[in-house]
Design a protein around this ligand. Structure first.
Ligand SMILES: Cc1cc2nc3c(=O)[nH]c(=O)nc-3n(C[C@H](O)[C@H](O)[C@H](O)COP(=O)(O)OP(=O)(O)OC[C@H]3O[C@@H](n4cnc5c(N)ncnc54)[C@H](O)[C@@H]3O)c2cc1C
Length: 490
């Protein structure tokens, strides 16, 4: 019998801090249980925030607890939801000790077993392509993904390079593989694995064609696309995802499922199963509700990097490493393989640095202005004066949008911190003429939109040009944020 948890059953509101804005919710509390958790915010149907909310609300009700695991890939949103529910339960004067006792009686984990020819762990670009290709070869495949919808690094990617895709051939724009190879090696100062680079370049055209055939629509775009000023005038090699990375991955997954592939979202691969000789015979994956045993002789591990694992970053990248963009990529695949006895070796690991506000900074700004802080990104995207926290100018400002280059430069600065400096004259120009008054990113593509691709967004230079021309007075926002230690006025 469930214990009484409150003398004041009813509906109570609560709120918590999510990743970019406050989360507002309502909890219906019965005398001996949490009945329902409803959102008071509007989310786009099936968006990550919507999925995360539904999932968290379900878990809290199913487990009668706020001590539940966060949704992988939406940890800050999940924590905001927990905080919100906790504040509502506190208003309802819930006895948390009694709630805990009730929760202990509602264990829901079950076990399930399946057998397939191939299991793929991780549904990013690598895993999805491997799973689909395997299925197209007629074998049975299970694809396991830790998160509840596609969220890997591949969903952020804008596209991929190729030397001899069908589109390049048709437009007479095939590039020399030797030139492409030299570009890669130069960009990495010779650090890249040359054999791998050659292989990637050799396979690149075929890969783009295959992606296109399977629904991830890619188009050959201008080399300077996305605002990469340094690349303007170079041969076109970038094939941009026309509907964004998330859509591209989703389309490939749909194709995989249509061909009979088995997709398991919300299942994290945990450990490989081996026989007495050490041969892999399967793996164990875990969701919130279920343990899944996959019997198979072939496991493809495609769990991305370890940018979300602070300990591994420190061990393999040293002290100068910042949190990765994809927090659920915690090196699980490497750890699973190592635990099964593979060589424990990382040869020349690289880390993709990204210039962005820290989560702490975003939290401070969101508290004051909600998602209204986001337009500040626009200011940081222009080649304004940048200095490190010693006041030293340390890089060419034209790298502002070349995020890989600028991120790497920033990673070398003390505390990986930079300040973007704007003067009143610049703010006045934006107020009078929009950001185009200080830098025209899109004019070059005005009459040939098909050659432009904005970072991870559908091609639409009209929209971008319109946005650049919007007269904006940033003064109010900057004044509002000046108490945060993120924005300084002086
Ligand atoms: C912001 C950004 C922009 C980029 N832009 C480009 C670009 O324009 N062009 C380009 O070529 N490259 C780009 N890159 C790099 C490129 O996106 C990555 O190199 C590539 O997507 C890696 O693919 P992946 O499948 O190995 O990893 P991911 O796409 O990260 O996939 C790994 C998947 O494994 C899942 N996973 C992790 N652990 C487990 C587990 N235990 N069980 C089950 N699943 C698990 C993760 O949730 C994830 O979905 C960009 C990267 C970033 C971060």
């Amino acid at each position: 019998m469930a214990k009484k948890i409150t003398d004041k059953p009813g509906k109570y509101t609560g709120s918590g801090q999510g990743k970019e804005s406050q989360i507002n919710l309502e909890v219906e509390v019965g005398s001996d249980q949490i009945i329902r958790v409803n959102s008071l915010d509007r989310y786009a149907p099936a968006s990550l925030a919507d999925n995360a909310f539904q999932k968290m609300a379900q878990k809290i009700v199913d487990q009668q607890s706020i001590d539940v695991d966060v949704v992988s890939g939406a940890s800050e949103t999940s924590r905001g939801i927990i905080e919100g529910v906790k504040s509502a339960l506190t208003k309802a004067e819930v006895d948390f000790a009694a709630l805990k006792e009730n929760s202990a009686q509602t264990s829901t984990t079950t076990k399930r077993e399946i057998t397939v020819d191939v299991a793929v762990v991780g549904a990013g670009g690598a895993g999805v392509a491997a799973a689909l290709a395997a299925r197209q070869h007629g074998v049975s495949v299970a694809l396991l993904e830790k998160t509840i919808s596609p969220l890997g690094a591949s969903t952020f990617a804008g596209g991929m390079f190729a030397g001899d895709s069908q589109q390049q051939k048709e437009q007479d724009q095939v590039v020399s593989k030797k030139w492409l190879y030299n570009e890669y090696m130069d960009a990495s100062q010779g650090y890249m694995n040359s054999i791998l680079v050659r292989r990637i370049i050799d396979e690149s055209g075929k890969t783009v064609d295959w992606l296109n055939e399977n629904g991830a629509i890619m188009k050959l775009v201008d080399a300077g696309t996305g605002g990469s000023f340094d690349h303007i005038g170079m041969p076109a090699t970038l094939h941009g995802y026309q509907e964004g990375g998330t859509k591209a991955i989703t389309k490939l997954i749909e194709k995989f499922k249509a061909l009979g592939g088995q997709m398991y979202f919300g299942f994290a691969g945990q450990r490989l199963l081996q026989d007495d000789q050490g041969q892999v015979i399967g793996l164990i994956a875990q969701s919130d509700e279920q343990e899944l045993q996959v019997n198979t002789k072939k496991v493809i591990i495609a769990t991305g990097g370890f940018g979300g694992n602070a300990e591994m970053r420190k061990e393999y990248l040293g002290d100068v490493s910042t949190q990765g963009q994809v927090l659920q990529n915690t090196g699980d695949g490497l750890n699973m393989a190592w635990a099964a006895g593979t060589a424990r070796h990382i040869n020349g690991s690289t880390h993709y640095f990204w210039q962005t506000f820290s989560n702490e900074d975003i939290g401070k700004m969101a508290k004051l202005v909600g998602p209204g802080w986001m337009p500040l990104n626009a200011l940081a995207d222009f080649p304004n004066l940048r200095v490190n926290n010693r006041g030293q100018r340390y890089a060419s400002e034209t790298h502002a949008l070349d995020f890989a280059v600028h991120g790497a430069e920033l990673s070398e600065q003390p505390q990986q911190t930079e300040f973007v400096i704007l003067d009143q004259a610049m703010l006045d120009k934006i107020k009078a003429g929009g950001t185009v008054a200080i830098e025209d990113h899109y004019g070059k593509w005005k009459n040939k939109r098909e050659f432009y691709m904005e970072f991870n967004f559908p091609t639409d230079t009209d929209e971008s040009i319109k946005r650049e021309h919007e007269k904006t007075d940033f003064t109010t926002l900057l004044n509002q944020l000046s108490s945060t230690n993120v924005v300084f006025i002086g």
